[in-house]
Design a protein around this ligand. Sequence first.
Ligand code: NAI
Ligand code: MG
Length: 800
Amino acid sequence: MSIAEIFESLEYGPAPESASPVTRWLDEHDRTTRLYVGGEWRDPAGGEYFDSTNPATAKPLARISQAGREDVDAAVAAAGAALPAWQALGGHGRARYLYALARQVQKHSRLFAVLESMDNGKPIRESRDIDIPLVARHFYHHAGWSQLMETDAELRDAAPVGVIGQIIPWNFPLLMLSWKIAPALAMGNTVVLKPAEFTSLTAILFAEVCDEIGLPPGVVNLITGDGRTGALMVEHPDVDKIAFTGSTEVGRIIRVATAGSGKKLSLELGGKSPFLVFEDADLDSVVEGVVDAIWFNQGQVCCAGSRILAQEGISGRLTEKLRARMETLRVGDPLDKSVDIGAIVAPVQLQKIQELVQQGVDEGATMWQPSWSCPQEGCFFPPTLFTDVSPSSTIAQVEIFGPVVVAMTFRTPAEAVELANNTQYGLASSVWTENINLALDIAPKIKAGTVWVNCTNVFDAASGFGGYRESGYGREGGREGLWEYVKPRWAAEARKDAAKKEKTKAPKGDDARPKLGGLPPIDRTAKMYIGGKQARPDGGNSLAVHGAGGRLIGEVGLGNRKDVRNAVEAAHKAAGWAKQTGHNRAQILFYLAENLAARTDEFTRRVAALTGDEAGAAREVEATIRRLYTYAAWADKWDGDVHHTPHRMVTLAMKEAIGVVAVACPDEAPLLGFVSLVAPLIAMGNTVVAIPSERWPLAATDFYQVLDTSDVPGGVVNIVTGKREELAQTLAAHDDVDSMWYFGGAEGSEMVERLSAGNMKRTWVDYGRPRDWLSPEQGEGAEFLREGTHVKNIWVPYGE
Ligand code: NAI
Ligand code: MG
């Protein structure tokens, strides 16, 4: 072809990146990889191997070790053995290693990028310019957090969790590895990591880098294998936390498998992220945005903008522009520097995409693909746009995880929000409009962990990333991501045998009956409190409440499923509470404290009658008043952050209410336990369904009179009395409950975590470990506020 002809046709010539460094590396390893355990390379004990393939050529690259039980045990043991020295090294010592990892990733960046593209099928442009630089960035950033761990005002009260099991997917193999390993090591943990079976190779190279920099043996252990290996890690008793990224299906299995084990858990799962285009958006930018949203990494991105929601007036024009742009996209050899879309990771994934696309056609949507065809060899799929899609159809609801986008329309901003949230997921979203007021009005209304304004798929180590709802929980990156890898220092130091300590004072004998100042005991059946009104139990039954000395001192309603459902509904109706200002909520919490203080005597007598401990009761009421002050104080001070991401953007980390939170209160501290859990939640804008202490519920039921007189809107706090386990079971399984806190013992904790897997609600449970409610360190503060909020990161670009 002559130069003149090329000018005419504007055809691209081939621009291949050389595969030879990778070929050399693979050959040096005899095309077989081993397991990295305790700083040594070992063969899998079971002698089992599987192939890793280049999806662009369908040719095998290497044989990968399948780690079995013996190997997993050895890796976990090595991580455990490495823990004391790694922690003793201190933040600065660990920072030096993390810095060395960052430097070394940069030094080997070409090899990493080519290896990643060959193993995964992603275009070299992306692995070279996005994945690998972000990996280095992640290690640099967390070298910094490691350095600060002992001095940062918030972090210095935190302790490492221990041995972390990390399981990652195939879509961003090395990037996901860095998101997992960097914060874990920075906070003084050691890890056992399992890459996905389709893409183990860059993890092997990373383990070699760990070796090269002299990372102490056992700090990072790398085991390869499929889901069976992952399951062994999940079940392992000596693993203290599981961090998982992958499908919602496996996330759910892991939630159930770890229920009650006391393992910390973070899950980054699937998504069906909305991409909202308002009619004043710059449509040419929008088109490039769609390219980045759904054709980046072949659409195999958990936060892919896979649902375009366009305002009616411009949707036709947008479709036309998109089709024209799609015609110019280039699908082909991932190692070609001018290819936009590479290969789908594996034949099974290709087949899944093909089946879902066929289903979309069968369900009546209009499918459009460019006129050109994909390479026939290897796993390729063309960019695909569906229009005329109904919001409830399969392709509008199911994560396709391929280069397939569905488009729908809306009329008003309110309708846009409704459609955006019409999904079980909540990972990310993009909002396109030239009107900053509109963008910042919409962003908080979308239930997703990330909102990109006039941009999409932008990531950085300084910003948190993670989901709402069935997209999982926990954040990765930024200050908010660190909390996944630490626990409160007091909890770490609490002696193991403390769990055996009796949690509540045994009822004393009759002669210990408190002196009630001559007043007759208060004797009536306390009602439940739902939607701001006293409510009789649906079943009409009641439960006797015995106080000190076993004396009957009252009755409460025996709540059932129907009562729970009513309470959840009332809590949802009160969602406007989240929109009140922090100042308003603070005023109401102060007012609660004031009104409780005015009734100190009455409440002290009540608590004393229940517990038989008069002095303790006085302390408890006093502490409760203080606690209300604490959360009145926090209501307008639990600020978000503005993250320093290295783009021309402000990244606003906003703390948001979770929604409807169910709370099962501890038996002990009948008033303080209740208020310690309910107050932080309502301070943050959540609405609550609380089950008070089953044994001594009367202090909580008395408290609704205080709620009534303190201007707390109806439905913000709902109280259902009865059998805690039964009620908690209904709440844990309830699809309209967004989170559940459970403080009632080991068995109930297991039950709550297990049942939460239904809608993947967040949970916070006590596993039967005691907490001193009177102590400000254990009974209040940041831990409660973090558990009661989501962090949403809103990215807003600036500049012309
Ligand atoms: P997956 O969820 O099965 O795999 C993710 C990781 O979990 C892999 O390392 C795998 O070996 C491991 N694993 C599998 N079963 C396990 C178990 N029972 N216990 C512990 N670990 C286990 O995802 P897969 O099969 O690779 O892809 C299936 C679908 O999942 C995709 O089509 C896509 O829709 C979705 N997916 C979503 C991702 C995301 O980032 N949101 C990432 C990967 C897949
Ligand atoms: Mg592969």
